[in-house]
Design a protein around this ligand. Structure first.
Ligand code: GMT
Length: 406
């Protein structure tokens, strides 16, 4: 390259960087897509949108239903429903295509700067279609960058399924930015899919003002009239959560301490868990509460959270528990050890080891000073490391990087 061409190229890239910086040093106009029903990824996406809006960004949710924790009246929050019309020919309604059309429409009308999708399949593929539709139709429009956040089962269960493996790999390779909610999931994605692109780890967060301890445990008597201490489990009751273990742990714990278990959520393992509770004679000591919108009201009533999962890429519910001063007794799997320090702010045991998990719960319920110490450390760690002011700026800066690069 000649000297003049080199200088002109240098000037050009400096000018582009300056322009990108000027455009995006301020607020971002972001489209967010997630599974809006119950589940960790939808909760993270919704809370992220709310936090971004509170910081002055415009946030457009593009989903098939209003996300459960979203109040559509919130300033700078916009909700765009994806309608999936059916037709007798379609055995499977093509949701991905309806989503792509809606994404393109919203991106064009509201001049989105970036599309941020949570859970790879099918959201990132729909976003890519939208990106291509916009590029084909637009003259002079900036390319719409896509960021995909990986949450766990999109990689460890769905992604590795033979039917979805190639498209999941493609979606990771072709996204303009990829984030993962733990170091474990980043490593796993690289190992399983052999992808070479950078994956930025941005951990989950918890609203520490909403999720806070209640030392008086106000309202706990409603669930345990006999003043038994409360254990809590919150999940989508899928097999990966090992829901039946919660019932077995309760049976063991009740050999030494009076305890009552709150089971929050619903899913395929609820029926079997209810059946097991009856079979083991503890049905009076378990309350199946179903899906609840305000987990932050229930969580602080408990002393201990049970999270006996086979796998968790992060374990958001354990973070919510820690923020509420509830000690998690969990399993040493996936990204959980990045969140819980065994013996300091929770306990980690092997999946399926009922005796060990029950032993930890019993110790916490019998020893108030041990419980107090661990609960306090958990709240401290949650507030120090995982409050929105620690995590949201990481997303903001990543958005700006990806937009500038695109
Ligand atoms: O397992 C769930 O609760 C559902 C799933 C989801 O995608 O909604 O949760 C995943 O994402 C959560 C939020 O990032 C993580 O806290 C969970 O650990 C992760 N679940 C698994 O890895 C099994």
């Amino acid at each position: 390259m000649g000297k003049r061409a080199g200088v002109s190229r240098l000037f050009q890239s400096w000018f582009q960087a300056l322009r990108a910086d000027q455009c995006y040093a301020g607020e971002v106009n972001v489209g967010i897509t997630c599974y809006p029903t119950y589940g960790g990824s939808g909760i993270v996406a919704t809370e992220l949108g709310l936090e971004l809006a509170a910081r002055g960004h415009e946030v457009h949710f593009i989903t098939y239903a209003n996300p459960i924790r979203l109040d559509p009246g919130t300033p700078r929050i916009h909700y765009h429903e994806v309608e999936v019309s059916n037709y007798p020919l379609f055995l499977y309604p093509p949701y991905c295509l309806a989503l792509a059309s809606r994404m393109a429409e919203v991106a064009e009308t509201y001049e989105l700067d970036v599309l941020h999708v949570h859970y790879a399949i099918p959201h990132s593929i729909a976003a890519m279609l939208a990106q291509q539709m916009l590029a084909a139709g637009a003259s002079g429009r900036r390319r719409l960058p896509i960021i995909t956040t990986l949450h766990g089962t999109d990689i460890t269960l769905v992604g590795v399924d033979r039917s979805y493996f190639p498209i999941t790999k493609f979606s990771i390779e072709k996204s303009d930015g990829i984030t993962s909610i733990s170091e474990y999931l980043r490593r796993e994605t690289v190992n399983v899919f052999g992808v070479a692109n950078e994956i930025r780890v941005i951990k989950n967060f918890v609203n520490c003002e909403l999720y806070h301890p209640d030392n008086e445990k106000t309202g706990a008597a409603q669930y345990s009239p006999g003043r038994e201490k409360l254990l809590i489990h919150v999940s989508n009751f899928r097999p990966v959560k090992r829901v039946l273990d919660c019932i077995r742990i309760l049976v063991e714990v009740r050999q030494s301490v009076a305890a009552h278990l709150l089971m929050v959520g619903d899913g395929p393992e609820r029926g079997p868990a209810e059946h097991l509770a009856r079979e083991l004679g503890v049905e009076r000591h378990v309350s199946f509460l179903g899906k609840r919108n305000h987990v932050e009201r229930l969580m602080p009533l408990a002393h201990v959270l049970l999270m006996p999962s086979t796998l968790e890429s992060f374990g958001l519910v354990a973070l919510e528990a820690m923020a509420c001063g509830v000690v998690p007794v969990a399993t040493k799997v996936g990204g959980v050890p990045e969140l819980i320090t065994d013996g300091e702010d929770g306990y980690l045991e092997a999946p399926g080891d009922i005796e060990a998990q029950a032993g930890r719960v019993t110790a916490l319920l019998e020893d108030d000073s041990l419980h107090y110490r661990m609960a306090k450390t958990g709240r401290w760690n949650a507030a120090e490391r995982y409050c929105p002011d620690k995590i949201i700026p990481q997303y903001e800066s990543y958005y700006r990087d990806v937009i500038a690069r695109s």
